[in-house]
Design a binder for this molecule. Structure first.
Ligand code: C2E
Ligand code: CA
Ligand code: CA
Length: 279
């Protein structure tokens, strides 16, 4: 969005006035949403590429305002980061997702891994470790079943601090995934230094790999590098049979995408656990 703004600077003031007005309105709404707990979580299955079995799920936040309108996380998460409201929101997400996943575990699906997104601000915040320990203790959810998804941007502020934070999390038993790999400030040197369990290939590569040989080569290289470093690889945004076949062929470990299922509300996801998924 920033780049677009730069290229179209002649429209800057008009666009900005509109964006700013919407932003100010949203900010007030977001404040109220936190107080009134207007958020819910949806869950999208993560599938083992070899067997088609559901092995986990990513929790994705949803916000439906009182008037019924839906604001996408792509719009309100950046705002929540800017206003630091992401801290209480993020804690709510972590708690609610662990509580729900614990129920699924207790109902006979104790193999399921829960993936939760953390924004950089949350990840670097001083209270993170305490918060996670508190949530795990209160919900009774196993640390080893929890995976935190962070993006490459966490390294921007303070790489040393980010690494030591990851090490502490790994000591607790929590897994770490790097989200949207390949879109940010990817560097091979940090892949080596970061104690990561899982690498998520960013959607654009996955979506273009069936039509563009260069994207396919990149996906192949990413899988190779990840495996060399003992990390497992998940492809997200998988929408077609063709993409699935290619990814299976290239040895990708896990698959997530609309081909198998959209993110679902709790009741639907519970049903899915009983029926399983098919592409
Ligand atoms: P993300 O973490 O990369 O999540 C994946 C996004 O891709 C989700 O969008 C999901 O619905 C969508 N998706 C999944 N499969 C497909 C597919 O096959 N095709 C396409 N086109 N899209 C697919 P969503 O739920 O709108 O979330 C957008 C972003 O908002 C997330 O991207 C994440 O960065 C952020 N977000 C969502 N929930 C949370 C949260 O609880 N905390 C934080 N900090 N960020 C969150
Ligand atoms: Ca994610
Ligand atoms: Ca992602």
């Amino acid at each position: 969005a920033k780049e677009k703004g730069r290229n179209n600077y002649q429209f800057f003031s008009k666009d900005m006035a509109f964006v700013a007005a919407r932003k100010t309105a949203l900010e007030g709404d977001l404040n109220r949403a936190v107080i009134n707990k207007e958020f819910t979580l949806h869950y999208q299955p993560q599938i083992l590429a070899k067997t088609g079995e559901i092995i986990g799920m990513e929790a994705l936040i949803r916000w439906q305002k009182n008037d019924g309108s839906i604001v996408s996380p792509g719009e309100f998460i950046p705002l929540a980061e800017e206003t630091r409201l992401i801290l209480p929101i993020g804690e709510w997400v972590l708690y609610t997702a662990c509580q729900q996943a614990k129920k699924w575990h207790d109902d006979g699906n104790s193999h399921l891994k829960l993936a939760v997104n953390l924004s950089s601000l949350q990840f670097m915040h001083d209270d993170l470790i305490t918060t996670i320990q508190k949530v795990l203790k209160t919900t009774g959810f196993k640390a080893s079943s929890l995976e935190l998804e962070i993006t490459e941007s966490v390294v921007l502020d303070d790489a040393e601090k980010a690494i030591s934070r990851m090490q502490t999390l790994r000591e607790i038993g929590v897994q770490i995934a790097i989200d949207d790999f390949g879109t940010g400030y990817s560097s091979l040197s940090y892949l080596k230094r970061f104690p990561l369990n899982n690498l998520k290939i960013a959607q654009p590569f996955v979506q273009d790999m069936a039509t563009n040989p260069r994207d396919k080569s990149l996906v192949e290289a990413i899988i190779f590098i990840a495996h060399s470093l003992d990390m497992s690889v998940i492809a997200e945004g998988v929408e077609t049979e063709e993409q699935l076949a290619l990814l299976q062929d290239l040895g990708c470990d896990e698959i997530q995408g609309f081909l198998f299922s959209r993110p679902l509300p709790v009741a639907h996801f519970t049903k899915l656990l009983m029926t399983g998924v098919t592409p």
